[in-house]
Ligand binder design. Structure first.
Ligand code: DWN
Ligand code: SAH
Ligand code: ZN
Length: 400
């Protein structure tokens, strides 16, 4: 298999078997003929980019009914407001600045930019999310960002001082086209800022649920630096952030335009070069699967009720890789309107509104949205007061 970035040789290290589209929550009547594909990941021996073996047509994942809404988490709303405020105070403080966001979803970041009266454009193919962002005053183009889209934006709006993209660039297999687009659209002294899940944290926590269709790539400093250089740009800074279980914010600019920060070399030097870490990761993931399934089967046999919390995209990987269905988890509570009343993809577990959680409280709740543990546990304090316990599987299976 050839690397999608540099054409190097990709060595496969983890096969997660047949998997559905992670955000394709099914209407109860539509459970037949579900689309499945084989989820496998490998690492490029040349540029170290971790990537999937199979590409899913982009329209199958991102369309009018794509259900995820970034604003569903108070923590993420705060995070993106801080991002916007920082841009307003720095990169966007000049004359008539312009910012483009790739994957703007429901406008969680651009809302603050729009309120400040700054020229902006969100690009996102998911029409429902785009509609929600337009309702809060965000200008949005319902489209996949690529070289063609970039050309259209350039002709209409001119160059961008900031191109920002959170949890989206890793979702795009055709990064050659995206980077050609960025190169066209970015002003001479502009910055391209990317935030994405960090491979180092995924390996350390054995968070193998971060591998699913949308996460086509898992980024590291080494692989992003190689990617950026290949397209004539420079990785000038990185920040390691706690959100989504461990994220890196990469600041990319034209060569020589910015001073390269010391963190880039420091974190890069800490990254593994020995491929055995990937095989170890796959082995630990299989152990977690066995432990989790054993625990859930034991609790069921003891007559305990276990329900799920947070019908995340990540949960598709756990549920389908472990073979967990409604016999072990009768339902999952989730606050997203577009997921409620539907079945989880592949595993066909009903998704109910959070109000069902207390009706009555289960003995245990399996927290699929483990990256929002603090927020959810604070919101659901009464569960613990009723004797309920949370089951976690990152890093490793444990009960809190
Ligand atoms: O990268 C991606 C990230 C940004 O979002 C996308 N590919 C898809 C998606 O991934 P995810 O579904 O794993 O993201 P989250 O943020 O872990 O999803 C949290 C889920 O939990 C949502 O469905 C909403 C739900 N939730 C809830 O029911 N109550 C969340 C919170 C905070 C709550 O209080
Ligand atoms: N930035 C938000 C949303 C992440 S979910 C956040 O961090 O919470 C990923 C988003 O990327 C979805 O809204 C999806 O529709 C969008 N997306 C996928 N491919 C895209 C592309 N080629 N161009 C722009 N957006 C894309
Ligand atoms: Zn490569």
């Amino acid at each position: 298999m050839k690397c999608r970035i540099c054409s190097g040789n990709v060595s496969k290290f983890f096969d997660l078997g047949p998997q559905p589209i992670s955000d394709a929550f099914l209407l109860p009547s539509a459970r037949e003929n579900e689309f499945l594909y084989r989820l496998q990941v490998g690492v490029c021996e040349s540029c170290m980019m971790v990537q999937q073996a199979e590409e899913i047509p982009r329209q199958k994942m991102f369309h009018a009914d794509y259900p995820y809404r970034s604003s569903g988490s108070a923590l993420m709303r705060k995070h993106f407001e801080a991002v916007a405020r920082r841009f307003l105070a720095t990169e966007l403080s000049g004359r008539d600045p312009f910012i483009v966001e790739i994957g703007s979803n429901d406008g969680v970041m651009l809302k603050t930019i729009s309120e400040a009266g700054i020229r902006h454009l969100g690009v996102d193919p998911s029409g429902g999310a785009a509609e929600a962002s337009a309702e809060c005053g965000v200008r949005v183009q319902v489209d996949f960002f690529d070289e063609t889209t970039a050309g259209t934006i350039l002709a209409r709006d001119g160059q961008a001082d900031v191109i920002y993209s959170a949890n989206t660039v890793s979702h795009i297999s055709y990064l050659d086209s995206v980077f050609r687009g960025v190169d066209k659209l970015l002003a001479e002294n502009g910055v391209f800022v990317i935030e994405d899940r960090y491979l180092g944290d995924i390996l350390e926590q054995t968070a193998f649920d971060q591998i699913y269709d949308e996460h086509f790539y898992l980024f590291s400093v080494r692989s992003v630096q190689a990617l950026v250089q290949l397209h004539g740009l420079e990785l000038s800074d990185i920040e390691h952030l706690p959100v989504h279980g461990g994220t890196i914010r990469y600041t990319i600019s034209r060569p020589g335009r910015r001073v390269v920060g010391p963190e880039v070399g420091r974190l890069r030097a800490s990254e593994p070069v020995d491929f055995s870490v990937f095989d170890d990761f796959a082995r630990r993931a299989a152990d977690i699967r066995d432990e989790l399934v054993t625990l859930l089967a034991r609790l069921r046999d003891e007559g305990r009720r276990v329900v799920g919390y947070g019908a995340t995209a990540k949960s598709a990987t756990i549920l389908n890789y472990c073979g967990i269905g409604p016999d072990l988890i009768p339902y999952i509570c989730d606050s997203t309107p577009g997921k409620q009343g539907r079945l989880t993809p592949g595993s066909h577990i009903p998704v109910l509104a959070p109000e069902s959680f207390a009706d009555p409280y289960p003995d245990y709740a399996l927290l699929f949205a483990w990256n929002h543990a603090e927020e959810i546990m604070a919101k659901e304090q009464a569960f613990r007061q009723h004797g309920g316990q949370w089951i976690m599987y990152v890093p490793g299976v444990h009960i809190v």
